[in-house]
Write a protein that binds this ligand. Structure first.
Ligand code: FPP
Length: 253
């Protein structure tokens, strides 16, 4: 008889690595870049790279959960990605459903809570419904929060936040005097989340690509040339190790 081993095993991990939760980033954001190049190197169509990237997502979710990371935000589809060929867009937007079809039961039994940020209204119904179902099924879980950034753009997020805020001001629900960074943050998609402590970008490029522009103000960045489909727990743990050695000064000395 096979026994199911949960992928959360904090005590075992702490014993083996001698690290404490205190040194672990609470929120990690990842730009999962390099799928197209991974496929090209193998003479495969670009979409083969995205499909391979789905298994990497699960590996990294498991690794993050084992390390007791609280929130993992994955840049899955940006507002700019609509510019790609229609067939590639369609493939990427089918991946959340395929991922959840395979992995949702295991995510549920491991206490993972699924959430999404971005403009969900303009996604195909099948993508939105798959995500909404997963959000609903995992809403009472209090383990790792797995946050898919879908049809997400940082500038649009900030503009939408401003529109909502001005509308509240018009309705006298808020005054200009009350406006500060904390109040403004409440209008963002990430209202209930801590800002990311660590941003990982795979695939060798060193840019933000319109990801979490407000939230990354004091985040530590970690870049690797490894392409997303090849990214593994090994590199993930390396990023965490380097993060632990960074001195975060938040503008102080
Ligand atoms: C960027 O690589 C990647 C994307 C735009 C899509 C990311 C999607 C996944 C990794 C799969 C999503 C998984 C789930 C679970 C929903 P690129 O295509 O720009 O790579 P390139 O720079 O090599 O062309």
């Amino acid at each position: 008889m096979s026994m199911k081993i949960p992928f959360f095993n904090q005590r075992q991990l702490n014993n083996s690595l001698q690290v404490s939760d205190q040194d672990t980033p609470e929120h990690i954001a990842i730009v999962m870049d390099g799928n197209g190049r991974w496929a090209k190197k193998r003479g495969l169509p670009r979409v083969a790279g995205h499909k391979e990237g789905v298994s990497t997502v699960f590996k990294i979710v498991k690794a993050a959960a084992k390390c007791n990371v609280k929130v993992l935000t994955l840049y899955t589809f940006s507002t700019e990605n609509w510019k790609r060929p229609k067939s590639e867009v369609e493939t990427i937007l089918r991946l959340p459903k395929e991922f959840l079809h395979i992995y949702l039961p295991e995510l549920i039994s491991n206490n993972v809570r699924i959430e999404a940020i971005g403009d969900m209204d303009n996604l195909p119904a099948h993508t939105r419904e798959a995500i909404q179902y997963a959000i609903q099924r995992t809403r009472d879980n209090d383990g790792l929060q797995l946050n898919f950034a879908l049809n997400y753009g940082g500038r649009t997020e900030i503009l939408n936040a401003m529109k909502k805020m001005f509308s509240d001001m018009n309705d006298s629900k808020m005054s200009l005097d009350e406006l500060d960074e904390q109040r403004f943050s409440r209008y963002l998609y990430t209202a209930d989340l801590p800002d990311p402590d660590l941003l990982i970008r795979t695939g060798g490029e060193k840019r933000l690509s319109n990801f979490l522009l407000w939230q990354l103000a004091y985040t530590e960045f970690w870049f690797t040339d490894v392409l997303w489909p090849d990214f593994s727990e090994k590199e993930f743990l390396q990023a965490l190790d380097e993060f632990r050695n960074r001195k975060r000064r938040y503008g102080g000395i």
